[in-house]
Unconditional design. Structure first.
Length: 146
């Protein structure tokens, strides 16, 4: 029930952000039982610059994950970036674990991944914010137990 409420709030916030920034997108979360988690955003042609993007998390070893994502523009833009946020579920709430931003100038896309050693016994997820010039949207994975 709590998770459903959080997902509803997240969907409402995404819709509001897309209306404010003039980008139409859709957030898709994977289930918590997958080998890896990928969350996509697909932007409608109303966005002038942003084409799409995704967040991804996967287990690569004992207590190790790879987290990151990709942002794609519709054409070469002056600045394309991705802000990757890794979160850990603590006492039923998602808390910030680590984050970073990667940016390219005069590019059509950017990909950024990091391999992290994380404490075991928790769920982790990745939320990314995708930028292409003035267009912005976000994507998120489901929780992944390490």
């Amino acid at each position: 029930m709590k998770r459903k409420k959080l997902l509803s709030k997240a969907a409402a916030m995404m819709t509001a952000a897309m209306l404010v920034f003039g980008v139409s997108g859709q957030m898709v979360s994977a289930t918590e039982e997958s080998v890896e988690q990928i969350g996509y955003i697909m932007v409608q042609p109303r966005g002038v610059y942003l084409q799409g993007g995704f967040s991804k998390i996967s287990k690569v070893g004992d207590g190790k994950i790879t987290a990151g994502g990709n942002t794609s523009a519709q054409k070469v833009v002056s600045e394309v970036s991705i802000n990757v946020n890794v979160e850990r579920k603590v006492n039923g709430s998602w808390k910030h674990y680590t984050s970073w931003t990667a940016t390219k100038n005069n590019a059509i896309g950017i990909t950024s991944y990091k391999t992290l050693t994380v404490p075991k016994g928790y769920y982790y997820r990745v939320r990314s914010v995708h930028y292409a010039n003035s267009d912005v949207s976000s994507s998120a994975t489901g929780g992944y137990y390490i």
